[in-house]
Design a protein around this ligand. Structure first.
Ligand code: ATP
Ligand code: MN
Length: 461
């Protein structure tokens, strides 16, 4: 039986538990083993009568060892747990050399644990984070399915080189020591695996729009790759993104969906993952649960980019120091976003109508000729958690923008077909899954909310 189920079970029966030893302590007569199998943050206590147990076997019950225990589930007299197992029979499934075991008792830093990321799921903290990650993935699918959205699988390998969201990783099977050349001396991609230049996707959105303009409401949920050399606590080279795309939604409908979506996910975590949240709250961040409840219960503040800039400029005039300068037209840095959320409004913010020059070509152009119908959702501790927009549905305007930006139309013809044939108003957004998890777990570094982080110069395990 899983430890989680054992802990909820009424005492009185013989049970079999399997898991990894967290600690062993005791005295001359009795040993107490804390056993965990990953099903819950909580351990089950195993009580061992030393006088009737082989000492050599018990010596092998060390932190990290894997054991199976058969015994009676009894009411626990110690505090902290309702039931415990009175061991009758212990089997060592896998020994664990206590000297070489990479997870030692002394408080290990997150930096160190990243160097042993293959073992860190065995710690309480990463167990909690990874269970939350799994639960949130489930909650996301449940949310969209309950609303009738179609889960669309967009490709990870793409030939569109103009998505504009970030630098791409090239995908090739060419021999790098012997690259075929074309007549002009450039690389002859016709010899490459796909017969053209291809990359890993930076977003499933453009393909998502193909889905939305046929199926109505779709979402994607999959890996995304960005070769950006930004070593920040909020960027990964490989991360997961959720991208809903909806026909007949304008920017207002889009914002309403984003707010409802994220609140539902936070509520789901509070209702279904409380043990893990409580652990993270008590161990690292005493305001975590309050912050989560706060988001569920407050209305997000909606304002325009231009209004946001005015607030930030006023803050600077009043003596607030930012590392990066602010003025109309700049791309906001996380420090600016967090100022608006944490200092100024004290709640999540949705910024709309950004300058068109700092946003992607597909966003719907406003009448002022300067701004587009973008919407970024900004969160405490994180900054941007969602980026989205109403899409430009007008073929002529989109076409002109592509020209203006000097983008290659050749790789976008298929995309333009959505506007050529039965174009419709539509909107969508992208939620970075790990950014959501940073918020929900209260972890400080995005490398600690994904099992195997990929960042510049780091692709271990
Ligand atoms: P940022 O300005 O924070 O770098 P972005 O504007 O490049 O993000 P978008 O292209 O709008 O991001 O992507 C949508 C969402 O994907 C973002 O709101 C964020 O949650 C997430 N995201 C973007 N880049 C990364 C990354 N490198 N690692 C993790 N999540 C990311
Ligand atoms: Mn963005």
């Amino acid at each position: 039986m899983k430890v989680k189920d054992l802990l909820a079970k009424a005492p009185g029966e013989e049970v079999l538990a399997k898991g990894w030893v967290r600690t062993k302590r005791g005295n001359k007569e009795i040993a107490f083993i804390a056993l965990n199998d990953g099903s819950t943050i909580n351990n089950i206590q195993i009580v061992v009568d030393k006088t009737s147990t082989d000492a050599e076997l018990l010596a092998k019950v060390t932190t990290g060892a894997c054991i199976a225990v058969r015994g009676n589930l009894v009411e626990s007299i110690g505090s902290g747990q309702a039931v415990e197992i009175q061991a009758k029979e212990i089997e060592i499934l896998g020994e664990c050399d206590p000297v070489r075991y990479p997870l030692q008792k002394k408080d290990t830093t997150f930096e160190y644990l990243r160097t042993v990321a293959h073992m860190r799921p065995r710690t309480n903290t990463f167990g909690a984070v990874l269970r939350l990650r799994s639960q949130m993935a489930f909650a996301i699918h449940e949310y969209f399915h309950s609303k009738g959205f179609v889960y669309l699988h967009t490709p990870l390998i793409t030939a569109a080189d103009a998505e504009g969201a970030g630098n791409m990783f090239q995908v090739t099977t060419l021999d790098l020591l012997n690259i075929p050349k074309d007549k002009k001396g450039g690389i002859d991609y016709s010899k490459d695996f796909f017969g053209k230049r291809t990359s890993l996707t930076v977003s499933g959105q453009l393909e998502g729009e193909l889905g939305a303009t046929a199926l109505g409401e779709i979402y994607t949920f999959g890996p995304t790759f960005r070769a950006e050399n930004s070593n920040t606590p909020r960027h990964l080279a490989e991360f997961w993104m959720i991208e809903p795309e909806m026909a007949f939604y304008d920017i207002k409908n889009n914002m309403a969906l984003a707010e409802d979506f994220i609140k539902s996910l936070v509520r789901y975590a509070l209702e279904n993952c409380y043990d893990d949240l409580k652990f993270l709250n008590d161990r690292y961040d005493n305001e975590l649960i309050e912050r989560l409840k706060g988001v569920v219960n407050t209305e997000f503040k909606i304002l325009t980019y231009t209004e946001g800039i005015e607030i930030l400029e006023k803050a600077v005039a009043d003596g607030h120091k930012f590392e990066y300068p602010v003025s109309w037209g700049v791309d906001l840095q996380s420090e600016h976003e967090r100022y608006l959320v944490e200092q100024h409004f004290g709640r999540p913010v949705i910024l709309t109508d950004y300058p068109k020059d700092i946003k992607a070509f597909y966003m719907k152009q406003n009448e002022d000729g300067k701004t587009v119908r973008a919407m970024d959702v900004l969160f405490p501790k994180i900054g941007e958690i969602i980026g989205g927009s109403e899409r430009e549905a007008d073929y002529g305007k989109l076409d002109a923008r592509i020209d203006e930006l000097g983008m290659s139309r050749r790789t976008l013809e298929w995309y333009l077909d959505t506007r050529r044939f039965g174009s419709c108003p539509h909107s969508g957004f992208g939620l970075g899954f790990e950014r959501l998890l940073l918020f929900i777990t209260g972890m400080q570094n995005i490398r600690d909310v994904i099992p195997f982080p990929r960042t510049p110069k780091n692709a271990e395990f």
